[in-house]
Design a protein around this ligand. Structure first.
Ligand code: TEU
Ligand code: CA
Length: 550
């Protein structure tokens, strides 16, 4: 019997709410804006929406700093709007996946406001405190967004620990009361009808700062199993754990088919290859293409039958894939489609990040003052102070800054791309007149239509879900090719990952196979793949099932 949990056949669409659709003319996207665009998402064919955080928040890290887990930030709407979104999505067969930020809260959360009053406050132990002298933190650990990971609070004469910004104090998972509060909150959201949860930096909850342990702490899986047992296992949910530090062995725990942890893991091994070894993402290096293939293949092969992966190129923390590993100039559409073929042909649950389905690109604002992301702003300050030139830092931000993915969704060619009638909180990418949803929806050769076709293929052909994976031509410096086989049907996925022609011959046995999708309209050229050419062939078990349209 094939395991047919709904999330295995699903395609998830990620919405970054502040940049998706403004409904009330304040320049910021909101829940009613999303409701108004549900038909578009239905048209695309997706099954679930992962909503980046919309809970009450001072927005120091755009909502990843939550001050009330059981209320909606007024910027986005109300709980009533959320109920409406859940209900309207449900009518269209779409489930809402909430983003749970459980590693840390906002420093403006009631718990932290109490915690910092005194050492014997009942909430003090909800956070991670250490004694020390003002000016001499407990150790030299650094926060992800720059500076020390320790912040002095004179009222209690202690430091608190924060892995991210100073306004994101880490929650103390060692404290069973914290865990209980979290479970009750999750059960409350489940009762409201959400379809699942994305777990922000879940691999970092079991920290042991005295030993400088942040990710993969000793109690990590114990905590996650308890969390899952007390909450998720009481529903039929899609749960996805964000885990930068997962290897395949750990991923098998996270996504154990017995359901003891999450449905799937969201890991980044394939997304951190284009940086200097041992350095930060800002230290740019060319993509080692062969390594990319082998990394993806390793994940495909090792999770087969014993785990489940998410498939993604983009999210709200990553640059636009067509600018990053495709070509956002001459071959923008072809390369966007090629990247989609490579990703959607694999095993796992595909995630499409808003605008990816249009081939949206990175942005190059004139200077740092245009940027909104705390990570980029802090980086600029730290690196220029350390002697980098402004131009050097801006090159890093142009390539990898998170605001690349956060410019407003490009709906149409009207002012501000149809995102808002006001001044948007961050400027629209100036290319919105050429790249927008309105011009693509009706065009059968658009990137949007291509994503739509890929999504519908996944629904039609079970081999996309179940088939095992074999990488072909692993050392080829241009071609990404693999097969999928579920014992019934075989697929061949082929892509030229470069802007130059690549010598290519179909592997034996595939000559008569039918074509499911391709990104060039004219007939194939003998012996080569053209720039960014990509296609999927199928050999169904029952001859004649597929039109032979080669
Ligand atoms: O991201 C985790 C995370 O590690 C990233 O912030 C990472 O440090 C950075 O993007 C890459 O340089 C999650 C959220 O996705 C992110 O938006 C939040 O800022 C972060 O957690 C803190 O909650
Ligand atoms: Ca708004």
């Amino acid at each position: 019997m094939k395991d047919r949990r709904w999330w295995k056949t699903a395609v998830v669409y990620q919405i970054y709410p502040r940049s998706f659709q403004d409904s009330n003319g304040d320049g910021i996207g909101d829940l009613q804006g999303i409701v108004s665009r549900l038909d578009y998402l239905k048209e695309l064919g997706i099954d679930a929406i992962w909503l980046s955080p919309v809970c009450r928040s001072p927005q120091d890290d755009n909502g990843y700093d939550i001050s009330d887990y059981q209320d909606i930030d007024p910027m986005f709407g109300t709980l009533k709007d959320m109920d409406e979104l859940i209900a309207e999505a449900k009518k269209r067969g779409i489930r809402i996946i909430l983003d749970l930020v459980l590693n840390h809260s906002s420093d403006e959360h009631r718990w932290f406001q109490e915690a910092k009053k005194s050492r014997d406050n009942p909430y003090h132990d909800y956070y991670v405190w250490r004694d020390g002298e003002e000016g001499t933190p407990p150790n030299d650990m650094r926060a992800a967004f720059g500076g020390s990971a320790w912040q002095w609070v004179p009222e209690v004469g202690q430091y608190y620990f924060h892995q991210f910004s100073v306004k994101q104090p880490d929650l103390n998972w060692e404290n069973p009361k914290v865990r209980r509060e979290i479970y009750d909150m999750i059960l409350w959201w489940m009762a409201r009808g959400v379809g699942g949860f994305r777990l922000d930096v879940i691999d970092q909850i079991a920290k042991e700062p005295d030993k400088k342990i942040t990710g993969n702490g000793p109690r990590l899986h114990e905590f996650i199993r308890e969390l899952s047992r007390e909450t998720f296992q009481k529903g039929d949910l899609l749960t996805v754990g964000e885990a930068w530090g997962a290897d395949t062995e750990r991923a098998k725990l996270y996504s154990n088919p017995d359901g003891s942890e999450f449905s799937m893991v969201f890991q980044f091994e394939h997304m951190v290859l284009d940086q200097e070894e041992g350095k930060e993402k800002w230290d740019l290096a060319p993509l080692p293409f062969v390594k990319l293939k082998k990394t993806l293949a390793k994940w495909q092969n090792q999770l087969e039958g014993c785990g489940w992966n998410s498939l993604f190129w983009e999210n709200h923390d990553l640059p636009r894939i067509v600018s990053r590993w495709g070509d956002d100039g001459e071959y923008r559409e072809l390369s966007a489609k090629m990247l989609a073929v490579v990703l959607h042909g694999m095993q796992g649950t595909p995630f499409v990040y808003q605008g990816e389905e249009l081939g949206m690109t990175n942005v190059r604002f004139p200077d740092i003052t245009w940027y909104q992301d705390i990570e980029s702003i802090n980086l600029y300050r730290e690196r220029t102070a350390a002697g980098y030139t402004s131009e050097e830092v801006m090159e890093s931000i142009y390539a990898k800054g998170r605001d690349n993915a956060r410019t407003p969704m490009q709906w149409d060619a009207s002012e501000n791309a149809g995102f808002t009638e006001a001044k948007p909180w961050i400027p629209v990418n100036p290319n919105y007149r050429e790249i927008n949803a309105a011009s693509q929806i009706k065009d059968p050769s658009s990137v949007f239509s291509f994503y739509q076709n890929l999504i519908s293929l996944r629904k039609t052909w079970p081999v996309f879900v179940d088939g095992d994976f074999s990488l072909l031509f692993p050392e080829d410096p241009q071609i990404f090719a693999y097969t999928r086989d579920d014992g019934d049907t075989r697929l061949l996925v082929c892509a030229n990952f470069t802007g130059e022609k690549a010598a290519f011959h179909l592997p034996a046995g595939w000559e008569g196979a039918g074509r499911l999708i391709r990104n060039y309209e004219d007939a194939p050229e003998e012996g080569v793949l053209r720039p960014y050419e990509a296609f999927i062939l199928a050999i169904p078990s029952h001859a004649g099932e597929l039109e032979q349209n080669q």
